[in-house]
Design a protein. Structure first.
Length: 171
């Protein structure tokens, strides 16, 4: 049996990491296709150059995982921390772009990586909201239909997540 070198992943974890990032790329393609169908392209589809930006880090993470590069987990962490939610639509004043960035940082005591925090804390917060009776819906539902936004974001802020919302109306 061969063991991975320091910084490398075992075969099983390499596949988990790579297939997870393949799923992200497939999701981005789905968003692009849905935006094309409704004729409301996301900001990154408006320009021939920007179209590759959302795919760059996930593709790098996928390739690094398949190649068992010793920095695969660092690249994957950078790709996770570089994601944001961007919505393009219209409000009473006309076209609007809303961007919501949520940044996770590593924690010293107890030591947790930013990736561990942004993966583990949100489901924990939702479980706490369920137990406290703040989420009353039952069954399988998307979180945007049942998780109360303000309490959820407040709980993330209590845990040191930095949130920034930006609304832009074109001139």
């Amino acid at each position: 049996m061969t063991y991975p070198k320091p910084g490398e992943l075992t075969l099983g974890w390499r596949w988990v990491l790579a297939l997870g990032w393949v799923g992200v790329v497939v999701g981005l393609i789905g968003v692009a296709d849905a935006a094309r169908v409704i004729h409301k392209p996301p900001f990154w589809l408006d320009s021939g150059v920007l179209i590759a930006v959302p795919f760059a880090l996930p593709l790098c993470a996928t390739v690094a995982a398949f190649m068992n590069h010793r920095y695969a987990t660092w690249i994957a962490g950078a790709a996770v921390l570089s994601l944001a939610v961007v919505a393009v639509g219209e409000d009473a004043r006309g076209p609007v772009t809303i961007r919501y960035d949520l940044t996770a940082r590593p924690q010293r005591q107890p030591p947790l990586s930013a990736v561990a925090r942004d993966t583990g804390f949100p489901p924990s917060i939702v479980a706490q909201l369920l137990m406290a009776g703040r989420i009353r819906e039952r069954g399988v539902r998307p979180p945007e239909q049942c998780v109360p936004v303000r309490p959820f974001l407040d709980a993330l802020a209590e845990r040191g997540f930095l949130a920034k919302a930006t609304n832009t109306h074109p001139a």
